[in-house]
Design a protein around this ligand. Structure first.
Ligand code: ADP
Ligand code: ZN
Ligand code: ZN
Length: 775
């Protein structure tokens, strides 16, 4: 089975513990070959267990469980030597009933959990994820427990400072190391140094060793400092005001559901600024008062905002699971959640797996957010997984949004979800006014400007009145496309069919998919014309702002540099305190912010999401504009929103200008229905990938043949076709799309047969259910 062996080699390394230590390990005096993966014949007293390994393999594997280990339990994590290369691989005990034979088996050498981390509900949730997202059980289970959990807690953590000027950075550095320098460079520019080494590793994909090498070359400085373990406090501020009538109506409906217990799904559709968060806070209080725990899921980015600060002030014993936590902090919180010391868990997608023992309520805020969908295996959707968990745990769940996903609205229409509405803003504030500006009409010929005449004019007015503005770039940071205006040549990665992005800080081009780097081509390789750095880039916009408003105090913010919530907070605090006039950022500035003095929001370009080959593009555009516009005029000052666009006739943009969710849904839903697309159908997508294009294509055809006999006739087949992004990291990608008018049909047909179906496919197969991106 060469394909299988290949798959296994592709598995990424497990992240390492910060200060070394790990638990378990073979005790002294045992045969060292056991840990090294040498197969041995079972001795008397040894057991044999079935393990699901963290690899893209469906079957479970027999391993020897030596008599000297404590009695095994289903769900325990172990680490074993696996495959021909005997790589240390995470695995889960799934079967205790295997009989020892006389044949040789490798032995389990390291038990990570004395007790399984899963309770009954989480274990069943893991099985569901595997079956629904058609992802092997070991991979699915591995996603549910952070690797830090259960490990010996570290007491120190490493943080890094930049120690060199970027002019002195050696050309010969690897792309990931450059990314580390980039991150620190930007952190310094934002005044948010130092950055934890763990956060740098996550952001750059760099190993700890290569970060240390940067330190040895004196490009950065790494220091150890004590880990700060978070504190859970019982203090909580009292409610500062009474709920308004709509909030009260929503709250009493939720209150009844919380009291009664049992599974129910409620969609809370409240316009921006309608006081949804306030309803969450009071619902959670009621859950705590009944000695139960609540999980509040928010988009990762919201963890950096004042909304979080407000939650922390108003609710007792909150564990916040954000990406900036060190391993030690995360492990600490998991313990607190399991012990019941934490009453509330706030976190992104993965918070759905928080090991609460006495769950009483789940809330998913901004339920429409596509960031709830994990883009690696298992490709679970945090919201839908939360609904499943609520069902398994038999508790109520609330999904909240100003722009609910069409899927959730469809579930309301079908009677599966209950709807509660908050149709007006609190305190009778008006909705902000939107103005669409056709950028092409406003640009001076020959000049590449991103801020048109109208937006410039409005900014001048706002600054003149001493008010604040937020400007949004629908693009990641300090980056630009490399583009030839004369012949329309676009610089693309030679390994992936994706644009190369030019980075100011390093003066290099980088592919954001595979991290390949190269120098800036000059002149145009196609026509020798002068190339344009087409910056929907933040630096470019910043430069333009500085030129046009030299006296304005400006901060910029983007996901490439803001890697920890502390970094965001610093900028947000300064903005909130009125020390800044303009906040310029990517989507993140559009989420969850609540600044009373912001009277202007500008969207630099509303169109970029329309370029994505995705049937949800208009829905995304609508959501983006309405959400961002919702940041304006949150207090006494009326808010205005300027939306710049290259395609102003898009209906999504038109509906967004009047905050017309119902109108948008009424226009978009029939289109989806006619096309047989979600929410009227369910998609399951298979990606087949291989370095050799013919092999990838042949494997995709073979997969289609293998799938077909298992699927009922109502399932429609699209493909195999080359995927929209034909190649990523040198692997060619083909896709098969299965469409079923009814939910769960495809999974029911395939889940139990995946091992057989993929067995003879000579390339890697990845499945995805309800994909949010078809790239
Ligand atoms: P949403 O989550 O719907 O955007 P929030 O809950 O954040 O809205 O409320 C917006 C603002 O209004 C917040 O500053 C909040 O403190 C305030 N607020 C919420 N409910 C009320 C109320 N009933 N009376 C007065 N102010 C309120
Ligand atoms: Zn690439
Ligand atoms: Zn050219």
């Amino acid at each position: 089975m060469p394909a299988v062996a290949k798959l296994f080699e592709d598995q990424p390394d497990e992240p390492k513990a910060p200060c070394g230590g790990n638990g378990g390990g073979a005790p002294d005096g045992k045969d060292p070959d056991v840990g090294a993966g040498k197969a041995v014949v079972p001795a008397p007293g040894d057991r044999v267990v079935g393990l699901a390994v963290n690899a893209n393999l469906w079957r479970s594997f027999d391993y020897l469980w030596p008599a000297w280990l404590p009695v095994p339990a289903v769900g325990q994590r172990v680490r074993v030597a696996f495959g021909r290369g005997n790589r240390k691989t995470l695995a889960f005990v799934v079967d205790l009933a295997r009989r020892p034979g006389t044949h040789e088996l490798k032995a389990v050498s390291e038990v990570l959990d004395p007790q399984p981390q899963f309770d009954d509900v989480l274990w069943r949730l893991g099985q569901w994820i595997s079956g629904y997202y058609l992802t092997p059980p070991g991979m699915s289970l591995a996603a549910m427990i952070p690797s830090a959990v259960g490990r010996h807690a570290a007491r120190c953590e490493a943080v890094a400072y930049l120690q060199s000027h970027h002019a002195d950075w050696p050309q010969a550095l690897g792309a990931r190391q450059k990314r580390v320098l980039d991150e620190l460079y930007e952190a310094r520019a934002q005044g948010v140094e130092p950055v934890s080494v763990e956060a740098l590793m996550r952001a750059s994909g760099c190993s700890r060793d290569s970060i240390q090498r940067l330190a040895r070359r004196k490009l950065i400085r790494v220091e150890n400092r004590p880990v700060e373990l978070p504190e859970l406090t019982d203090a909580a501020e009292a409610d500062p005001f009474e709920l308004n009538a709509d909030q009260q109506a929503a709250m009493s409906a939720l209150s009844a559901k919380i009291d009664a217990g049992g599974f129910s799904v409620t969609l809370l559709h409240g316009v921006t600024g309608s006081g949804k968060t306030e309803v969450y806070i009071r619902a959670i209080r009621q859950v705590i008062a009944a000695s139960r725990q609540a999980i509040l899921m928010v988009p990762e980015i919201a963890l950096a905002t004042q909304t979080l600060q407000r939650l922390l002030r108003r609710l007792p014993r909150v564990a916040v699971l954000h990406s900036g936590l060190s391993d030690a902090q995360r492990a600490f919180y998991y313990q607190q959640i399991r012990d019941g010391a934490a009453a509330v868990v706030v976190g992104p997608r993965s918070a759905v797996f928080a090991p609460t023992r006495k769950l009483g309520l789940i809330i998913v805020d901004e339920e429409h957010e596509s960031s709830y969908k994990q883009d690696t295996a298992p490709p679970y959707h945090g919201r839908d997984t939360a609904v499943k968990r609520a069902q398994l745990a038999d508790v109520p769940i609330v999904l909240g949004s100003a722009t609910p996903s069409l899927e959730s609205m469809h579930n309301v229409a079908a009677g599966r979800y209950d709807l509660l509405s908050l149709p007006i803003r609190v305190k009778g504030l008006p909705m902000p006014k939107l103005q669409i500006v056709h950028l092409r009409k406003e640009l001076t010929p020959g000049k590449v400007e991103l801020i048109g005449a109208t937006l410039t004019h409005r900014l001048a007015e706002v600054l003149g009145r001493g008010e604040q503005a937020i400007l949004l770039m629908n693009r990641r940071g300090y980056a630009s496309y490399v583009f030839c205006p004369s012949c329309k040549w676009m610089y693309e990665c030679e390994h992936c069919s994706r644009p190369m992005i030019f980075h100011q800080a390093t003066h290099m081009c980088m592919c954001h998919y595979c991290q390949a780097t190269s120098a800036l081509p000059e002149p145009c390789p196609a026509c020798s014309g002068k190339l344009l750095l087409f910056g929907l880039g933040i630096q470019r916009t910043e430069a333009e702002l500085v030129r046009k408003f030299p006296q304005a105090k400006l901060a910029r913010m983007d996901s490439d540099t803001m890697t920890t919530p502390g970094q965001f907070r610093k900028v947000f605090d300064a903005f909130g305190a009125g020390e800044l006039d303009i906040l310029l950022g990517t989507q993140m500035v559009g989420k969850g912010l609540d600044f009373p003095r912001v009277s202007l929001v500008g969207i630099i370009s509303a169109d970029t999401s329309l370029i994505i080959p995705d049937f949800r593009a208009s829905e995304r555009t609508f959501q983006l504009i309405v959400q961002v516009a919702g940041r304006a005029g949150r207090a006494e000052m009326p808010g205005q929103v300027v939306v710049q666009t290259l395609h102003g006739d898009e209906p999504a943009i038109q509906f967004a200008t009047t905050h017309d969710y119902k109108g948008f849904a009424a226009w978009e839903l029939p289109l989806r229905k006619d096309a047989g697309l979600p929410p009227y159908a369910r998609l399951v997508r298979f990606i087949v990938r291989h370095e050799n294009m013919d092999r990838a294509s042949a494997a995709a055809n073979a997969l289609a043949v293998a799938l077909r006999p298992h699927l009922p006739p109502e399932v429609v087949f699209w493909g195999p076709d080359p995927a929209a992004i034909k190649r990523i990291r040198n692997k060619f990608r083909f896709q098969i799309l299965l469409i079923s008018p009814r939910p769960g049909v495809i999974q029911a047909a395939l889940a139990g047969r995946m091992e057989r179906i993929v067995h003879d496919i000579p390339a890697e197969v990845l499945a995805d259910a309800d994909p949010v991106s078809l790239a």
